[in-house]
Design a protein around this ligand. Structure first.
Ligand SMILES: [Zn+2]
Length: 266
């Protein structure tokens, strides 16, 4: 499957010199288009405060309609109605904001994340998940299974109801049901690990991780021990230098640019 690497949201948090992006995958399947994460949507400009809450004060978004997934799908010459499925790593607003622009699409994520968004059981989760928002979506919950491990990750499930070669990999920690999404791009796999880490220095051991990102990661984590364990596992994966794997996350502009170059975009 052909995979496009899009930036669907730019943010300029204080003391994060390179800023942050919202890395979204647009996947061409045999019978339609699928998104992995959706970045910010058209409603996020006018309704920023109610949709993002207090986090926008730190993230300092630079909102632009042209960066939304729906406008980029149109700019690439596609019909937005061909986007039939959206796979989310988790339900934070900078990942699902674009979903509202594709009300006909099914929204896939782990059943654990769906349950967490409905229960809003902790203070962080009350802030994280807006009350009732999930009832407006066509949500499909999936349960990654230990019967289907993927590259050393213990639980995964192939989303064959979208297309063979799209795999939801359980990676809880940042949120209760957080997941990574692997996409078979023919001669390589793209693995989008969402917010499992924020800066490439956390996995490639080059350092330079802004302190502000470490603090933010810790504050919003559902399970800090699991976040640290995910860093370890992803560091190992990075060190293996698999030629057939492109590892990206949601917010690192360096990794977005590298993926775009690898995918042949000038
Ligand atoms: Zn995020």
């Amino acid at each position: 499957m052909k995979v496009h690497h899009l930036n669907c949201g730019t943010m300029h948090p204080y003391v994060v010199p390179d800023g942050l992006v919202c890395h979204v995958l647009l996947v061409e399947t045999d019978d339609g288009l699928a998104l992995v994460d959706s970045g910010f949507g058209l409603l996020d400009g006018p309704q920023w405060k109610t949709r993002m809450g207090s986090t926008s004060r730190f993230l300092r978004p630079e909102y632009a309609d042209t960066e939304t997934a729906i406008r980029q799908v149109e700019a690439l010459g596609y019909d937005p109605h061909d986007v039939r499925d959206i796979v989310l790593t988790h339900f934070d607003g900078d990942h699902f904001g674009g979903v509202d622009d594709f009300p006909w699409a099914r929204v896939h994520l782990t059943a654990d994340e769906v349950d967490a968004a409905r229960a809003r059981a902790t203070l962080v989760e009350k802030r994280r998940y807006r009350e009732g928002f999930i009832d407006e979506l066509t949500v499909v919950g999936h349960s990654p299974s230990t019967a289907e491990p993927w590259r050393g990750f213990p639980a995964a499930t192939e989303l064959t109801d979208i297309a063979p070669g799209i795999v939801l990999v359980a990676l809880p920690g940042h949120s209760r049901g957080h997941a990574a999404v692997a996409v078979d791009a023919g001669d390589h796999w793209t693995l989008h690990v969402g917010d499992s880490f924020y800066h490439h220095g956390q996995v490639d051991r080059t350092g330079g991780v802004p302190v502000a990102l470490r603090v933010m990661e810790s504050l919003v984590a559902r399970d800090r021990a699991r976040v640290r364990a995910n860093h370890e596992r992803l560091s190992e994966l990075w060190a293996e230098h698999d030629a057939d794997l492109i590892l990206v996350n949601a917010h690192d502009p360096t990794l977005l640019r590298a993926a775009q170059v690898a995918a042949g975009r000038p």
